[in-house]
Design a binder for this molecule. Structure first.
Ligand SMILES: [Zn+2]
Ligand SMILES: [Zn+2]
Length: 428
């Protein structure tokens, strides 16, 4: 079997102290051993020289949309995985809003099989909470879990009915599955296309108030407190939702949450040019909310960075702002944004970056043997160059879609190689 030795890198494994100059041997898809700077290294293996680079446990994107089955013109599992590994992600977790919805074991198995054929990133599907994600009847969570689903969500939609959500949490708790909610009370946000505030008023666009997210987040936290289920709030974007998570964690509620790179980078001011690649749900918020997001990242309230990669065809995004679909791509810009906006601005350090992109996603989804480089764990590794200067171009994207607001943006810091199951699947 193939052996790969990663030499001279700076290992960042938050579970163990920092290790400069360590080498790490990968064999049979697993981390086989670590070697100190003065130890004799094995010679019967391929070498990856990681001098000057950071070697981290593989990054796991908890929230993507891969569009297969059903909308392969936007993305396939293979093209999405190609974009993932080019962005430094060794694993991605696709939401169930495919066509048909991933609300049963057959579709879950199909997604995993397509990923296996592509041979790039690992795919851990998220099953639906309710059948067809229509919010009425619970899906077969146990069967989907047995097929490989790691969580349940009706993402794209909230679960509007509190009684259904309560039963979903009781059911998911018994299967030890986290419940992920896209918090958006549609009675408040319906018809809105951007954040409700001063900018929406100036632009004459209908707003989605922060309250729509906050009311659902508070409801979910109360239900999780009562049921003992694990609630994970997707893409938190408002001060009130982050504060609710902060307080709930202090009380011991089993709640976690994620943030997208666009919500820690951009504000609703980006909508001023009516670029439909600034339209997503939840919307880009005001600077006050963005500051609350940064504070939540800094104090640990926010557990993870997830892209909410949502490919759409150029023809659809070419519609006027009101009619264009919600969502942007994100797999290839996330790590550049995390370095440029968080690490280099002193919001978080490198250990915390690895926690947010690898350790915590693995913990939240119970992915045993991932989120760590300990001998015996899966040989999924993200190799990073924190000083690399580069520019993202939509035209170069591996995704089938081009709907990123970051076309032409320059970054400092990138993933430069991605290793999955001991195999180098991407090298910049
Ligand atoms: Zn969502
Ligand atoms: Zn989503």
């Amino acid at each position: 079997m193939m052996k790969l030795l990663i030499k001279n890198g700076h290992l960042i494994d938050p579970a163990t102290p920092e290790n400069t100059g360590m080498s790490i041997l990968l064999e049979d898809g697993k981390v086989a051993a670590w070697f100190g700077p003065k130890e004799d290294l094995p010679t019967d293996c391929e070498i990856f020289d990681a001098s000057g680079l950071l070697v981290a446990p593989g990054f796991i994107d908890m929230h993507v949309h891969l569009r297969e089955p059903g909308q392969e013109h936007k993305e396939t599992i293979a093209s999405g995985c190609a974009a993932a590994v080019a962005g430094g992600w060794t694993s991605v977790c696709p939401m169930p809003n495919t066509t048909p919805i991933n609300d049963n074991a057959a579709i879950t198995r199909y997604m995993i099989e397509q990923a296996r054929k592509a041979g790039l990133a690992n795919v851990f599907p998220i099953g639906a909470i309710t059948k067809s994600s229509d919010g009425s009847e619970l899906a077969e969570m146990g069967e989907m879990k047995a097929a490989g689903a790691v969580a349940v969500s009706d993402d794209g939609r909230p679960v509007p009915n509190a009684g259904i959500m309560r039963r979903a949490m009781q059911y998911a708790r018994d299967f030890d599955l986290p419940v992920i909610d896209h918090c958006e009370d549609k009675s408040l946000s319906s018809g809105g296309v951007m954040h409700e505030g001063r900018v929406s008023l100036l632009l004459g666009l209908k707003g989605m108030p922060a309250l729509a997210e906050e009311i659902d987040a508070v409801r979910d936290i109360m239900l999780a407190h009562e049921t003992g289920a694990h609630i994970h709030i997707a893409h938190v974007s408002t001060a009130g939702a982050i504060d609710a998570v902060r307080q709930a964690k202090a009380k011991g509620v089993n709640v976690t949450c994620e943030v997208t790179p666009h919500h820690f980078t951009l504000t609703d001011r980006a909508v001023e040019g009516y670029d439909t690649n600034t339209k997503m749900a939840p919307p880009l918020r005001s600077e006050e909310h963005r500051n609350a997001v940064i504070a939540g990242i800094k104090d640990g309230t926010i557990d993870a960075i997830a892209t909410d990669h949502a490919p759409h065809h150029a023809d659809e995004k070419a519609l006027e702002y009101d009619r264009a679909p919600f969502g942007i791509t994100g797999l290839e810009t996330a790590i550049g944004l995390a370095f440029s906006e968080l690490v280099h601005k002193g919001v978080i350090d490198l250990v915390r970056l690895v926690e947010m992109c690898s350790v915590n996603p693995a913990r939240i989804f119970r992915l045993n043997g991932r989120g760590t480089l300990k001998p015996g764990s899966h040989a999924d590794i993200t190799i990073l160059d924190p000083t690399l200067e580069w520019t993202y171009r939509n035209a170069d994207s591996r995704s089938r879609s081009r709907n990123s607001p970051f076309d032409g943006r320059s970054f400092t810091g990138a993933a430069v190689a991605t290793i999955v199951g001991g195999k180098v699947v991407y090298r910049r």
